[in-house]
Write a protein that binds this ligand. Structure first.
Ligand code: F0G
Length: 453
C-alpha cells in the first residue's frame, strides 16, 4: 500500500504525555477499570470517540474571530444557514448545542406514547430520547449485517421489507417519522447506499411518513457511495451528499462529527408548521433561533467545517486511514467488523477472546488491556453498554478527525497486535458498582484474576 499522507500540515501542537506501565496500573485501579473515569492527561492516544474531538483548520479559527455574538439576527447564523441550505436543500435550519438537543426537540414535537420510530440502527441518544417520550425505537438493519465477518458494500442499509412490514403491523399513523443513520454508527460505521435511501423514501412517501436522516457522518457516507456505487463514481462528494439530503424531509445533525466542530448541532426540516413548533421549543430550552445554544463563533466554525469536510483529498485520506488500521489488524488475525467503517474500527471481542463469557465483559477486558499495555483509550460497545440486549461484544476504536498522524496509527496497530499475542491471558471483569441507567459511563469493575505480564 502507498504511504498515506495527511492532506494538511500542522501549525499548532498539543504535547502527549507518556506514562509508565506502573502508573497506568495505578490509574486503572483508581478509575475502577472504567476508561471513562481516567483523566485525559493520562491517555496517550484517545480513540474514545470521534465526536467533538476534531482538529480545526486555520480557516475555522479565522472564521471564529468573525463570530457575530448578537442575540438576535447575528450574521454568523445567516452564513451557516446559507451553507446548510446549499448542501441540504432544507428550508428551515435550526441550530442546537449538539445532536441530541436536535433529537430531543424533534421527538418532543412529533412523538407520543405508543408511537414507533424505526431506524436502520438507532444511536443510544436517539433511542433514549424516543423512549423518553414514551415511544418505541425499533432497529431495522439488514439481517445479514449481524455477521461481523461478512463483507457488504453497504452494510449499514435499512431492511426495506421489514420497514414495510412494520408499517403494515403498526399503522402509518403510529409512525411519526422514519430515520436513517448515515453512516450507521451502532452498526459498525457502515455506509448506507443511495439506492437504499431511495427505496426507503418510496415506502415512506407512499404512507405519508416523513423521512429523516441522522446525518452526523454524511460526508463519510457520501465518500463510500462514490467508491462503491459505480453510478456515482463521477459525482463530487457534495453532489452525492445533496442527493442523499434530497431524499429526506429533514435531518438531525451533530456538528461534532462531519463538521469538524468541537460543539454544535442542527435540526432541519421542510415543514413550516413543524419548524414553528420546533423553534418555540428551542427558545425555551436552547436559545433564540439565530444562535440556538451556541456562540456565534461556533456557528462560524460549523459553516466552514461543512465545506471543508467535502474536500475529496480529505475524504480519501480519512477513509483510507481508517481502513489501514482495520486491514492491518484484521489481516494479522484480529477479528473486526468487516469491512472497516468510516470513523472507527470495531473489534469483535467475542471472537477474539472466546474464553471470556459475555457476562464477564470481553470487550471491557480488551479495552482495559489496551490501555494498560499502550495507553490507548477505546470504548466498549457490548454488554456493559447495552446489558442483555447487546447484539455483539465490540471494542470501538474511533478516530478523531485530523488529529493523529500515520505514525500514531502505526503505533495503535502494533499495540493491538502485541495485545493479541497474549490474548489467552486476558481475564474478564465483574461490576462492583453501577448506576440505574447508562451504566457504562460510571460503573466500577473488578478484575477476575491475574493480568498478563
Ligand atoms: N447520532 C449519532 C449517529 C451519533 O453517533 C451521535 C453521537 C449522536 C447522534 C448524538 O450527537 O453527541 O452531538 O449529541 N455520537 C458520539 C459517539 C457521542 O461517540 O459516537 P451529540
Amino acid at each position: 500500500m502507498q504511504t498515506i499522507i495527511e492532506p494538511f500540515r500542522i501549525k499548532s501542537v498539543e504535547p502527549l504525555r507518556h506514562t509508565s506501565r506502573e502508573e497506568r496500573e495505578r490509574i486503572l485501579h483508581d478509575a475502577g477499570f472504567n476508561l471513562f473515569l481516567i483523566p485525559a492527561r493520562d491517555i496517550l492516544i484517545d480513540l474514545l470517540t470521534d465526536s467533538g474531538t476534531s482538529a480545526m483548520s486555520t480557516e475555522q479559527w479565522a472564521a471564529m474571530m468573525r463570530g457575530d455574538e448578537s442575540y438576535a439576527g447575528g450574521e454568523s447564523f445567516f452564513r451557516l444557514q446559507r451553507v446548510v441550505q446549499d448542501l441540504t436543500g432544507f428550508r428551515h435550519v435550526i441550530p442546537t448545542h449538539q445532536g441530541r438537543a436536535a433529537e430531543h426537540i424533534l421527538f418532543t414535537v412529533l412523538c407520543r406514547p405508543g408511537h414507533v420510530v424505526p431506524n436502520n440502527t438507532h444511536f443510544d441518544t436517539t433511542r433514549a430520547n424516543i423512549e423518553f417520550m414514551g415511544a418505541r425505537a425499533v432497529d431495522l438493519p439488514l439481517p445479514e449485517a449481524a455477521d461481523t465477518q461478512l463483507y457488504l458494500d453497504f452494510k449499514g442499509n435499512m431492511d426495506v421489507a421489514a420497514l414495510e412490514e412494520l408499517i403494515q403491523r403498526e399503522g402509518a399513523t403510529n409512525i411519526p417519522l422514519v430515520m436513517v443513520t448515515v453512516t450507521n454508527n451502532s452498526g459498525g460505521g457502515q455506509p448506507v447506499s443511495l439506492d437504499n435511501l431511495a427505496a426507503v423514501k418510496a415506502v415512506t412517501a407512499r404512507h405519508g411518513i416523513p423521512l429523516y436522516l441522522d446525518a452526523c457522518r454524511f460526508a463519510e457516507n457520501a465518500w463510500f457511495i462514490r467508491l462503491r456505487d459505480p453510478k456515482c463514481a463521477h459525482l463530487s462528494p457534495k453532489q452525492i451528499a445533496q442527493r442523499m439530503f434530497a431524499l429526506a424531509d429533514g435531518c438531525t445533525f451533530s456538528a461534532k462529527k462531519d463538521a469538524f466542530a468541537n460543539i454544535g448541532g442542527l435540526l432541519c426540516t421542510n415543514d413550516d408548521r413543524l419548524a414553528t413548533l420546533e423553534t418555540n421549543l428551542l427558545i425555551l430550552t436552547e436559545g433564540f433561533p439565530t444562535y440556538g445554544g451556541l456562540a456565534g463563533r461556533d456557528l462560524e466554525a460549523i459553516a466552514v467545517g461543512l465545506e471543508e469536510i467535502l474536500d475529496p483529498d480529505y475524504l480519501q485520506y480519512r477513509i483510507a486511514s481508517t481502513g489501514y488500521l482495520g486491514r492491518h489488524i484484521a489481516d494479522a488475525g484480529v477479528p473486526i467488523v468487516e469491512p472497516p467503517g468510516g470513523h472507527a474500527i470495531y473489534i469483535d471481542c467475542a471472537r477474539m477472546l472466546p474464553h471470556i463469557p459475555r457476562e464477564r465483559f470481553p470487550a471491557q477486558a480488551l479495552a482495559v488491556e489496551l490501555y494498560r499495555h499502550a495507553g490507548i483509550r477505546s470504548v466498549e460497545i457490548g454488554s456493559v453498554m447495552f446489558g442483555k440486549s447487546a447484539r455483539h461484544e465490540l471494542l470501538r476504536l474511533a478516530i478523531p478527525r485530523r488529529v493523529y498522524t500515520q505514525s500514531h496509527i502505526d503505533y495503535v496497530v502494533e499495540s493491538i497486535l502485541e495485545v493479541n499475542q497474549k490474548r489467552d491471558q486476558i481475564r474478564g471483569f465483574e461490576i462492583t458498582e453501577e448506576p440505574p441507567y447508562l451504566r457504562h459511563f460510571s460503573a466500577r469493575f473488578r478484575p477476575l484474576s491475574p493480568v498478563p505480564t
